[in-house]
Design a protein around this ligand. Structure first.
Ligand code: PMP
Ligand code: GLN
Length: 385
């Protein structure tokens, strides 16, 4: 008799399948243009594939060091020093991880105890709240101000209590495509001064930032860097989201706690791919040219939408373009996203899924990490709605 399943008391009773899986599957079923889940529809650089062949044939197929291959940790530290002006020690302060999702989860697990509060900005990337909850923590939400998704720092101040253990930030931001300014970062720095609050800074879109905006890494701000985990992903930067490779940077004392969990969670990250990335990172242009590459895609998509009734919201970073549809229909965004996929053949992500209470501003998120052909087709369909 299957008695046991009836006794399962889920640690995540409200969690289903992620919206990205749901929408990509629906797009496939209906042969729709998939502008939902964030991933490129073009391949990575040929050089990167060549390096894969080289290093998988180089006899490096056993466990690498727990914290990562030193050459790659050194390249990551050099990049942080060159771009954000902060020296991190590759020995103790850089860890190579199997993707940013893992990096965030492990940082949360290393610090959040049952009953701890973690401040999240909403709309929030969907992995944050479950990572907190499965560790017994309580997400405390601060809603960004629509339509510019700016931060109400007074609301952040009010959200912080003696139980606040952590705050998770994400700039450039998924799903809003907004970016934090230097003033925002100084605001956060001043709020956190004299507290023991740890920051997890999700910077996976650090190189995808437009219109001359500068990426405001926590690493630039000493009062933040001293308490922060910087998390990034090679998947976004090198168009290899399926590799699941990323890195985490943090001051030594924080990183020591991170590695205690890391060594029993995954132990090590894929070895040969670390060698590949270490060599590829020597070419700085590969990440420095990304902003211009994606800005052209954003502008191409926006231009192709000029006769559309969708309203184009600002996209200052990430590879997402949000479109408001309040002039078109009063439908809930989740319903519209499904309907557009099934009936019109274009898939998107409804923004309300990134709010714990399903708050809906009537906005859909479209990924423009696609070929111009795909973007043109998608925009043509949208322009007819
Ligand atoms: N954070 C944000 C904001 C993301 O958009 C994504 C993925 N698209 C991730 C984390 C996860 O990155 P990874 O695939 O390296 O786990
Ligand atoms: N981060 C990507 C997005 O926002 C998807 C990653 C995933 O499927 N979990 O679309």
């Amino acid at each position: 008799m299957p008695v046991y399943p009836n006794r399962i008391d889920s640690k995540l009773p409200n969690v289903g399948t992620t919206i990205f899986t749901v929408m990509s599957r629906l797009a496939q079923e209906h042969n729709a243009i998939n502008l939902s889940q964030g991933f490129p529809d073009f391949d990575c650089a040929p050089k990167l594939r060549e390096l894969v062949t080289k290093y998988f044939n180089a006899g490096l197929n056993q466990y690498p060091p727990m914290a990562g291959v030193m050459a790659l940790r050194e390249r990551v530290a050099e990049k942080a020093a060159a771009l954000y002006g902060t020296a991190y020690d590759p020995e103790h302060e850089v860890t190579i991880v199997p993707g940013a999702t893992y990096g965030i989860f492990t940082a949360v697990t290393a610090f959040v105890r049952p009953g701890d509060e973690v401040v999240l900005f909403e709309p929030a990337y969907d992995s944050y709240a479950p990572a907190v909850e499965v560790n017994g923590g309580k997400p405390v939400y601060v809603r960004l101000r629509y339509p510019d998704f700016s931060i109400d720092w007074q609301a952040v101040r009010r959200a912080i209590t003696p139980k606040t253990r952590m705050i998770v930030i994400n700039t450039p931001n998924n799903p809003t495509a907004s970016v934090f300014s230097a003033e925002d970062m100084r605001g956060l720095e001043s709020i956190l001064r004299d507290t023991g609050i740890v920051v997890v800074s999700d910077e996976v879109y650090e190189h995808l930032i437009y219109d001359g905006c500068r990426h405001q890494s926590v690493a630039r701000f000493p009062g933040l860097a001293e308490r922060s985990f910087v998390v990034s992903s090679f998947g976004k930067t090198y168009s290899v989201t399926g590799w699941k490779m990323g890195y985490v940077i943090a001051p030594k004392e924080l990183m020591a706690e991170f590695r205690k969990v890391h060594q029993f969670n995954v132990f090590v990250t894929n070895g040969p791919l670390q060698h590949v990335l270490a060599e590829y990172m020597q070419d700085k242009d590969a990440y420095l040219s990304l902003a211009a590459f994606y800005q052209r895609k954003r502008d191409f998509f926006i231009d192709a939408l000029r006769s559309s009734r969708f309203r184009v919201l600002p996209s200052r970073g990430t590879f997402f373009q949000n479109l408001a549809y309040d002039a078109i229909t009063g439908e809930k965004d989740t319903e519209l996203a499904v309907r557009l996929t099934k009936e019109k053949g274009v898939a998107s992500i409804p923004l309300s899924v990134f709010y714990h209470d399903g708050h809906c501003d009537k906005v859909l998120r479209f990924c423009f990490a696609k070929s111009e052909e795909t973007l043109a087709k998608g925009a043509e369909i949208l322009s007819g709605i």
